[in-house]
Design a protein around this ligand. Structure first.
Ligand code: F6P
Length: 371
């Protein structure tokens, strides 16, 4: 790979051979983050080889990779998706042999050692991070970068993709506002996030939603209907609800995990929003419509905040590699990049605290959480 002349005496002798892998649901700033890593290294080592594993852990398991050149990292700061592809490879199946009896963990180690990598940089969310930690436990040099529009990775203040997704979900709510007002309807905008409600919370507040329903704060349908009726009584003909994919009623939250799964399997609606719309129309005198922006929330160009975040996280990852210091997630804590031991964060989820200042402040402005 072409090298920029930014070498100091200690680093100029170094040769680095790294692997890159993007796993799980994609997001807008994966390319920006990989670019940050590669630029941070190529400016500081004499010789750099970068292997891109194709379609997530699959590429590492089956030895499907591409030697990338500096041209691959040119012009990708603004490009959404991932230039090396992604896929979902559940952590719980990593120890289960594939259909041909292949031991996936041994296969990944084999690919890593065959290429004689100094380090594997893994970009992904919670599940991806668990497998990254497993590979660390198996002795591989790992750096993890926290990607997800869900912002639910423990140990970092923010994940990349989150801010870009907030912008898209907020735009969706903004657009719905005008049509809801014209027709005096209640509108549900379903925002991504099955387990956590960060995206719904931020987009809901930013979009001026009247009701926000999150997985962390189970709702009572009576309270939701009451909030709508109160608006109608106050002369506001429309209501906007920002509802997380994983929003859950108090009744359902009291079920065991197994019972809830069984109930979901039998649900006659495609998602919670449609079920909710049906219940609201039953109980309140208002027409309800549902809008699901879905995967648009993960698409398009990364916003400027995410471009900066990824450039910083990527450069900090490059520094850890230059230092030969591995086994970390590179996070952002109090606006400083930080090496956070993977063993301390893998398997933990960062959820919205119902008792947080942010929720209290949102409630003070009149937003109902249905609780
Ligand atoms: O990557 C996170 C996420 O976008 C969640 O917010 C969402 O619930 C899920 O992925 C959707 O997954 P898939 O792309 O596999 O349908």
């Amino acid at each position: 790979m072409e090298i920029c002349p930014n070498l100091n005496s200690q680093e100029e002798m170094q040769m680095k051979r790294i692997g890159l892998l993007t796993s799980g649901g994609d997001c807008q700033a994966l390319n920006a983050a990989m670019r940050g890593v590669v630029k941070g290294l190529s400016s500081n080592v004499k010789d750099l080889e970068v292997y891109g594993f194709l379609n997530g852990y699959k590429g590492l398991i089956y030895g499907d990779y591409r030697l990338l050149t500096s041209a691959d990292f040119s012009g990708i700061l603004t490009k959404g998706g991932t230039i090396i592809g992604s896929s979902r490879q559940p952590f719980k199946l990593m120890r289960v042999p594939d259909e041909n009896g292949l031991d996936k963990v041994e296969a990944m180690k084999h690919t890593y050692y065959k290429l004689n990598l100094n380090c594997l940089v893994i970009l992904g969310g919670n599940g991806t991070q668990k497998t990254a930690n497993l590979l660390r436990e198996e002795g591989l040099n790992i750096i993890h970068l926290p990607k997800t529009i869900d912002n639910d990775i423990y140990g970092t203040d923010v994940t990349f993709g989150f801010q870009s997704a907030i912008n898209i979900a907020t735009d969706a709510i903004d657009c719905i506002h005008t049509t809801a007002a014209s027709h005096n309807r209640a509108f549900i905008v379903e925002v991504m996030g099955h387990k956590v409600g960060w995206l719904t919370l931020y987009a809901g507040i930013a979009g001026g939603a009247d009701i926000i329903l999150l997985p962390e704060i189970p709702y009572d349908i009576k309270n939701v209907v009451e909030a709508i009726n109160n608006r109608t009584k106050a002369g506001k003909g429309f209501t906007i609800l920002a509802v997380a994919e994983g929003a859950i009623s108090k009744q359902d939250a009291s079920l065991s995990k197994k019972e809830y799964k069984e109930k979901l399997a039998k649900r006659k609606f495609p998602s919670v929003s449609y079920e909710l719309a049906n219940q609201i129309m039953d109980k309140a005198d208002i027409e309800v419509r549902v809008t699901v922006p879905g995967h648009t929330q993960r698409g398009g160009s990364p916003c400027p905040y995410d471009r900066v975040l990824c450039t910083r996280l990527g450069a900090a990852a490059a520094k850890a590699i230059l230092d030969d210091d591995y086994g970390y997630m590179i996070g952002m804590v109090n606006n400083k990049t930080k090496r956070i031991p993977l063993k301390d964060v893998a398997g933990k989820l960062k959820t919205v605290d119902p008792d947080s200042q942010m929720i209290a402040e949102a409630k003070r402005t009149g937003i109902s959480f249905g609780d």
